[in-house]
Design a protein around this ligand. Structure first.
Ligand SMILES: C[S@@+](CC[C@H](N)C(=O)[O-])C[C@H]1O[C@@H](n2cnc3c(N)ncnc32)[C@H](O)[C@@H]1O
Length: 240
């Protein structure tokens, strides 16, 4: 059974996810940094540092949301970054941000579904995704699209929440994630389902070795992972 944001909704997961991010878009950046105590910025920076080892002219940031990962990647001076997302409201916040930062010549935002992307085969040197793949309706289909639009030797860097394994971080994390985060997130965003969905979707996501296996099954090689902050998040790296 798929974990979806709105339990009473009959809509497919994809539409629910789009609606959820449209709803929370105005508060997304604030809540993201507040609820993670700013650690999310450090995680993105770490992921971008890994990316700096690769050739990078054309970069695709899938599930770009409000564009924070795309903005961080701009430091590597690629020719072009496309930020791609299914939620128009998240993209609108991103467009305003990128204009304010003077990055609108480098970063372009496009709306669409990562499981059926409007790009040519082998168009990109690298793909980044932060906290996105967990929301896909069909994970394998999304990853197969990544593989298709990447150039040979292209790299994909995926940052995603994972589950800490050990006491006491595991217990603390579960308490924070299931009790505190939904309470504050619901209060501020006025969408309580969104912040209950977050921990539920993290629990349901095949993290760690399981995710590496999915990447390998899709055709990726040189797969590896770096666990961050006691395993609360993980950077997955794979090459075509
Ligand atoms: C948690 S946000 C992450 C945003 C951003 N990458 C960041 O680091 O803050 C997840 C994003 O994934 C997008 N998303 C989920 N499913 C998608 C799909 N099938 N295609 C494109 N975007 C999708 C959502 O609209 C949302 O903006």
């Amino acid at each position: 059974m798929q974990v979806t944001p709105y339990k009473d909704s009959e809509q497919q997961k994809k539409r629910q996810v789009e609606q959820m991010f449209d709803n929370i878009a105005p508060k997304y950046d604030f809540l993201n940094h507040f609820l993670s105590l700013g650690i999310d910025k450090l995680w993105r920076k770490k992921a971008i540092r890994i990316l700096s080892d690769y050739k990078l002219d054309y970069l695709l940031d899938v599930a770009t949301g409000t564009g924070d990962f795309a903005v961080a990647a701009a430091k590597l001076n690629p020719k072009q970054i496309i930020g791609f997302d299914i939620s128009e409201q998240m993209l609108q916040v991103g467009r305003t941000k990128v204009k304010r930062l003077g990055l609108d010549q480098t970063i372009e935002f496009l709306k669409g579904d990562s499981e059926a992307m409007p790009f040519s085969n082998e168009q990109f040197d690298a793909i980044t995704v932060a906290f996105g793949v967990r929301n896909f309706e069909n994970l394998e289909r999304g990853l197969a699209e990544f593989y298709r639009v990447l150039k040979p030797d292209g790299v994909v860097i995926i940052l995603e929440f994972s589950k800490p394994r050990y006491f006491p971080m595991k217990q603390f994390y579960l308490f924070y994630f299931f009790k505190i985060l939904p309470f504050i997130g619901g209060l501020v965003s006025k969408d309580s389902s969104a912040y209950s969905y977050l921990p539920e979707s993290v629990m349901a996501f095949p993290d760690d070795q399981k995710f590496l296996s999915v990447l390998q099954k899709t055709g990726f090689s040189k797969t590896s992972q770096k666990r961050l902050t006691f395993g609360i998040a993980t950077i997955y790296i794979a090459q075509k």
